[in-house]
Write a protein that binds this ligand. Structure first.
Ligand code: ATP
Length: 137
């Protein structure tokens, strides 16, 4: 049996997840990275993106709204600005957030900071909708 790593996902509100798993894949700002037991320690900045973790044949998914990951040989700690497990995501809320962001984006062209903020909101909404589907597959 494979050695396990402890995956912890922490948000400003709560400890979302503390679970022993065999493999973790997270979305860094430079792309996806995978972690197995015994990985060399490193720190990564996380993008708005998918986190997936596998235990045996089962894979779970979470939406991460950016943050940091600390990796050691036996533990992955994700500090996320916001995070939801696939089964916790309200897909209607994400759909509404997506529509609102799309409407705002059309209006804020040229206002740099506002454009970046709304673009990030759109990215979060689309991620949440994708993670719901991944969790159901
Ligand atoms: P919204 O406009 O719907 O609030 P948002 O992208 O602005 O979306 P965030 O600021 O990223 O929301 O998150 C605020 C809080 O709401 C966090 O605790 C986050 O986990 C939660 N959250 C946001 N969207 C959803 C969703 N679709 N389903 C479940 N929880 C959500």
């Amino acid at each position: 049996m494979a050695n396990k790593i402890l995956l912890e996902v922490v948000t400003p509100d709560k400890l979302l997840l503390s679970k022993e798993v065999e493999a973790v894949v997270a979305t860094g700002v430079d792309g996806e990275f995978g972690v197995l037991y015994g990985h060399v320690p490193f720190l990564a900045t996380l993008d708005i993106g998918e986190l997936r973790f596998r235990d045996g044949a089962h894979t779970d998914y979470a939406a991460i709204a950016g943050g940091f990951a600390e990796v050691t040989g036996s533990k992955v700690t994700v500090l996320a600005e916001a995070a939801e497990l696939a089964r916790e995501i309200d897909v209607d809320r994400a759909q509404r957030a997506r529509e609102k962001a799309e409407q705002r984006l059309a209006k804020v062209k040229g206002e740099d900071m506002e454009y970046i903020r709304v673009e990030a909101a759109l990215k979060r909404a689309m991620l949440r909708m994708r993670i719901v589907q991944r969790g159901q597959a």
